[in-house]
Design a protein around this ligand. Structure first.
Ligand SMILES: *Cc1c(COP(=O)(O)O)cnc(C)c1O
Length: 375
C-alpha cells in the first residue's frame, strides 16, 4: 500500500467554476477574485480581504504596509516555515526569535517581553500546524510597547481560540493556499485586516503600486505583481463554499489517529490547548520519545510506502540564517529538541480509514524497532 502525505480535495464544484472562468475570457483582474475576497470578509467578519498569489506575498505586503523596514527588530518563532521570517528579511528587518512552548509548539508568549528593545517594531505570531495563538495576550503586549502585529495564520484557516477566529485580532493576517493547506487554490494567499489604510496599501502594492481607484497606468508607489488569477480564485471560491465540511473532515481524521495511536509507547500525540474552541488541522504531527531514532522510523515508513516529513527544521539553523545572523545550535533549546523528534503523518481530507490503519501499524513496528536501537 502507498499512502501519500497530503492531497487536495477537488470535486466537481471546482471544475465547474474553473471551466466558467476559462469560458468567460477573463483570466485575471475579474469578478471571481472579488467574490472570493467577499467570502473571506463574510466568514471572518472583517472589513477587508485581499487575495494574492501566495501566502509569502501576502505576508510581504503586510510587512511593507505596516512600515516594517531596515534595522527594525521583529519578534517571531524559530519553529515555523521559513516564509514567516523571509517576509521581513526582504525589507532588511532583523529576526528576534522567542523559543516555543513545548506543548503547543507556538511561540512562548510569556517570553516575548524579555526580547523587546527600543528597536522592536513588530511581532509575527505564527499559528503553527493550525493551533491558534492566544492573540488577546499577544495584542496586550503589542499595545503596551506600541508594536505592530502580523498573524501568520497560513496554517490555521478557521481555527478559534476562545471563540475568536485566528487572524481577526492582529493588524493584519494571512492565509495560504498551497495544495497541502486545508483550502487550496493551487498557489495563493489571502490577507485580512480591519484597517482601511493597511488594506489600501496592500491592494495597491499587489498590483504594481497602482492607485486603488484611478487610472490604469498611474502608479502611486513602487509595487509588485502579487495578484491572484481568476483561475486560482475559482478553485478557492469552490473550496471556500465547503470550508466547514473540510475542517470537519480533517477533525475526523485527527480523531481517528488519536484513537488508533493512543497507548503506543514512544509516541506523543499533538497537544491542543483547552482554550482552542475550534481546531482546523493543517497537518498531523506526532513526537517520538527521545530514545527513538527518527531517521530510522522515517526510512522504515518510506520503504513501506508511508510518506512522512520531519516538520519543521528550526529556522535559525537554516544555512542562510546561520550565515547572515550567526545563529548556532543551542540558541533555542526547546525548538531544537522538539524538532529532532517531530514527524508529520499522512493527513488530508480524503485519506481512508484503511490508509490510517496501515500507517498506524507500520509506525508501531517502526517505533518498536527503532526504540530497541534498531536491528
Ligand atoms: C504555507 C505557509 C506560508 C505561506 O506559504 P506560501 O507557499 O507562500 O503560500 C507562510 N507561513 C507558514 C507558517 C506556512 O505554513
Amino acid at each position: 500500500m502507498k499512502v501519500n502525505l497530503s492531497g487536495p480535495d477537488i470535486g466537481s464544484e471546482e471544475i465547474v467554476l474553473v471551466s466558467k472562468v476559462l469560458n468567460s475570457g477573463i483570466l485575471s483582474i475579474g469578478p471571481v477574485v472579488d467574490e472570493f475576497e467577499d467570502k473571506f470578509k463574510d466568514y471572518f467578519g472583517v472589513k477587508h480581504a485581499i487575495a494574492v498569489n501566495s501566502g509569502t506575498s501576502g505576508l510581504h505586503l503586510l510587512v511593507k504596509a505596516l512600515g516594517i523596514g531596515e534595522g527594525d527588530e521583529v519578534i517571531t518563532s524559530p519553529f515555523s516555515f521559513v516564509a514567516s521570517v523571509n517576509c521581513f528579511l526582504f525589507e532588511r528587518a532583523v529576526p528576534v526569535f522567542v523559543d516555543i512552548d513545548e506543548k503547543t509548539l507556538n511561540m512562548d508568549i510569556a517570553r516575548i517581553e524579555e526580547k523587546i528593545t527600543e528597536k522592536t517594531r513588530a511581532i509575527v505570531a505564527v499559528d503553527i500546524f493550525g493551533q491558534p495563538m492566544n492573540m488577546e495576550r499577544v495584542m496586550a503586549i503589542a499595545e503596551k510597547y506600541n508594536l505592530k502585529v502580523i498573524e501568520d495564520s497560513c496554517e490555521a484557516i478557521g481555527s478559534e481560540y476562545k471563540g475568536i477566529k485566528a487572524g481577526t485580532m492582529a493588524d493584519g493576517a494571512v492565509f495560504a493556499f498551497y495544495p497541502n493547506k486545508q483550502l487550496t487554490t493551487g498557489e495563493g494567499g489571502m490577507i485580512i485586516t480591519d484597517d482601511d489604510k493597511t488594506a489600501e496599501l496592500c491592494r495597491s502594492m499587489r498590483s504594481q503600486g497602482r492607485a486603488v481607484t484611478g487610472l490604469w497606468l498611474y502608479h502611486e508607489r513602487p509595487g509588485y505583481n502579487y495578484r491572484m488569477s481568476e483561475v486560482n480564485a475559482a478553485i478557492g471560491l469552490a473550496q471556500m463554499k465547503k470550508i466547514d465540511e473540510i475542517i470537519r473532515k480533517r477533525q475526523g481524521v485527527a480523531e481517528l489517529y488519536k484513537q488508533k495511536l493512543a497507548g503506543i509507547e514512544g509516541i506523543i500525540l499533538p497537544y491542543i490547548d483547552q482554550n482552542v474552541s475550534k481546531m482546523s488541522w493543517f497537518v498531523y504531527v506526532i513526537r517520538l520519545a527521545d530514545y527513538i531514532n527518527r531517521a530510522q522510523v522515517m526510512s522504515y515508513l518510506i520503504e513501506r510506502g508511508v510518506a512522512c516529513k520531519p516538520y519543521f527544521t528550526p529556522i535559525h539553523l537554516q544555512p542562510y540564517m546561520r550565515k547572515q545572523f550567526g545563529f548556532q545550535e543551542g540558541g533555542f533549546p526547546l525548538t531544537e529538541s522538539v524538532s529532532r523528534f517531530t514527524l508529520a503523518l499522512p493527513f488530508w481530507n480524503r485519506i481512508t480509514e484503511e490508509e490510517i490503519d496501515y500507517t498506524v501499524s507500520v509506525l508501531q513496528e517502526a517505533v518498536m524497532i527503532a526504540g530497541r536501537g534498531g536491528t
